[in-house]
Design a protein around this ligand. Structure first.
Ligand SMILES: C/C(NCc1cnc(C)nc1N)=C(/S)[C@H](O)COP(=O)(O)OP(=O)(O)O
Ligand SMILES: [Mg+2]
Length: 562
């Protein structure tokens, strides 16, 4: 049959490497969904709602590099804006696609369902511009190739989401076939002169320094520069510290790894090494209020900053220098310097004694962490949701090959359930494990039913401490209480007649050990283990961190009267 706008979009999604697209149907996108479904390389994945759909696409982009979320106009898209915001904050190319009203309606001033009730339908496109790096609304079939290619290319280059709006009566309209995909995907390589000038500047910056430290941030992974980072670090021979959101982007068993730098809640010797350094090379680092512990942990020496497409020094800036190309170039220029590793041996704290609870002991946060630590293998992908799970997860030691996913910039509670689902569809070869609090779980619990439907064997450790404990530590109030659910029973409800999820309850150390064993052998669907702990049983790191973040939130307004 004829080649249509929907076919054009389907072909482009497949050509950039998408194999699953996440959808919630609606009458503005049904024709489009038919066209996407017709593409042999695309598998349609239904989600329970558009918030979860967009968060599943966010998680898929972590595994696949790029993802697609397809929703209906306004009632769908506005919920999907939340996962799109996460993709923006987390530097992930999520392609948000929304159906939209028939092109004849605006000029007829029609009031349409799902809209705000007035005939101006441009509000969604205007809103989408704010949370994506490129937003396009296709006005005619003839414009589709140019606009679809522009949006997808922008997202891939910027590692940010884009928005594509397709009217319901254009998805099936005739369209030309796409040209070579290299026009959409090929990266913008470094400008040679800028790269060499930046390398020269790096040599000057490092000249005479005795105590360099590399600080890795989350954009190092998003820029796809992990291999080149390792090359550069090994050429430098110096200490490597990771920001919490970068955990998993440099091997923790590496002799140069000195821990997670997170101010007073750092791990290992990271805090001491960062304060000892006389030169710091930040690679993809993000200094926000959470990663700097309420601005109490900001490095106070002149920095060399390597970002996704530019490099800065005290007194110099170089545009169009790609992170991966710059790091691999530097690796050929620098000489080995092992002073920092000698210092690290001196500063390295003794490993803490880890108590193994008796089987009948009531479950504690520490015992959960100890048992999760034992679960980790080279095949593990560990998701940690916003809450004390961040702190418990950050303190775990990742074995070689283990992956770690955290959403520290956007911080949407419940993100981990749909995101782990999306991720696991792309990585059936990995063991996806989720650490999530009870409050977070209640936000997106429906997506466990999609894990049942698509038989995705994710292990969910639900830490039930009866409420919003992280909030309690920042600022307590009645609003931090929540209605308790029977989480193990809820998951049974998702099975109905054809599901295979397991819902288990662990009140003691022994019950958790048994539940983990069952989870590890359960492959036909998810296993949710509700771990009950005392509501005040939270990490000391959370309490310290919460105090400083609350203090930062409480800074008085500058005196506006003068
Ligand atoms: C309510 C909120 N943050 C505010 C918030 C509210 N709404 C969204 C979507 N995201 C957010 N981070 C947070 S961190 C809760 O303590 C999470 O509770 P829970 O999942 O139970 O984890 P802990 O008990 O370990 O804190
Ligand atoms: Mg909780």
């Amino acid at each position: 049959g004829k080649f249509t706008v929907g076919d054009y979009l389907a072909e482009r999604l497949a050509q950039v490497g998408i194999r699953h697209h996440f959808v919630v149907p609606g009458d503005y996108n049904l024709i489009l969904l038919d066209k996407l479904q017709a593409h042999p390389d695309l598998k349609e994945v239904g989600c329970a709602n558009e918030l979860n759909c967009s968060l599943a696409a966010e998680g898929y982009a972590r595994a696949n590099g790029v993802s697609a979320c397809v929703v209906t106009y306004s009632v769908g898209a506005i919920s999907a804006f939340n996962g799109t915001g996460s993709a923006y904050a987390e530097n992930l190319p999520l392609i948000l696609i929304s159906g939209s009203p028939n092109t004849n309606d605006p000029s007829q001033y029609h009031i349409l369902h799902h809209t705000l009730g007035h005939p101006d339908y441009t509000y969604q496109y205007e809103m989408a511009k704010k949370i994506t790096c490129c937003a396009v609304a296709v006005p005619r079939a003839i414009d589709a190739p140019r606009l679809i290619d522009r949006a997808i290319r922008a997202a891939i280059l910027a590692r940010k989401p884009c928005y594509i709006e397709i009217p319901t009566n254009l998805a099936g309209a005739t369209c030309v076939r796409p040209g070579p995909i290299s026009a959409v995907m090929d990266p913008i390589t470094s400008d040679k002169n800028a790269l060499e000038a930046a390398a020269k500047c790096a040599a000057e910056y490092l000249d005479g320094k005795l105590k360099p430290v590399i600080l890795v941030g989350p954009k190092a992974g998003r820029a796809g520069a992990e291999r080149e980072l390792l090359q550069f670090a090994e050429a430098m021979g110096c200490a490597v510290a990771l920001q919490p959101a970068a955990k998993g982007m440099f091997p923790e068993d590496h002799k140069q790894f000195v821990g997670i730098f997170w101010g007073q809640v750092s791990s290992d010797a990271a805090d001491a090494m960062v304060h000892w350094a006389d030169a710091m090379i930040c690679v993809g680092a993000v200094f926000n209020d959470y990663s700097t512990v309420g601005w109490t942990a900001v490095p106070n020496i002149p920095l060399m900053t390597v970002d996704m497409d530019h490099v800065t020094f005290p007194g110099a800036h170089f545009s169009r220098v790609r992170m991966s190309e710059f790091l691999s170039h530097l690796a050929t220029q620098v000489t080995f310097n092992d002073t920092t590793m000698i210092e690290y041996k001196r500063l390295k704290p003794d490993p803490p004694h880890v108590h193994t609870a008796e089987r009948e002991e009531a479950l504690s946060r520490k015992e959960i962490s100890r048992q999760v630590q034992e679960m980790l293998t080279d095949k593990t992908s560990l998701f940690v949701d916003t809450g004390d799970s961040w702190f418990n997860g950050i303190q775990l030691k990742l074995p070689p090959g283990a992956k770690f996913e955290i959403e520290m910039q956007w911080g949407h509670i419940g993100w981990s359930i749909p995101a782990a689902f999306g991720y696991a569809l792309r990585h059936p070869d990995r063991h996806t494990i989720v650490l999530v609090g009870d409050g977070s779980f209640q936000v997106t619990a429906q997506e466990v039913s999609q894990m049942v439907r698509y038989k995705v064997p994710i292990t969910i450790l639900l830490i039930n401490n009866r409420g919003y404990t992280i909030e309690v530590e920042i600022h307590d109030g009645s609003y931090n209480k929540i209605k308790n659910w029977d989480y193990a029973l809820l998951v049974q409800a998702f099975n109905s007649t054809d599901g295979h999820a397991k819902g288990l309850l662990a009140n003691t150390a022994g019950e958790l050990a048994d539940a983990i064993k069952m989870a590890e052998s359960h492959k036909e669907g998810p296993t949710l283990i509700e771990c009950t702990i005392d509501q005040d049983d939270c990490s000391k790191e959370l309490i310290t961190w919460g105090h400083y973040v609350a203090a930062a939130n409480a800074r008085p307004p500058r005196n506006m009267s003068v």
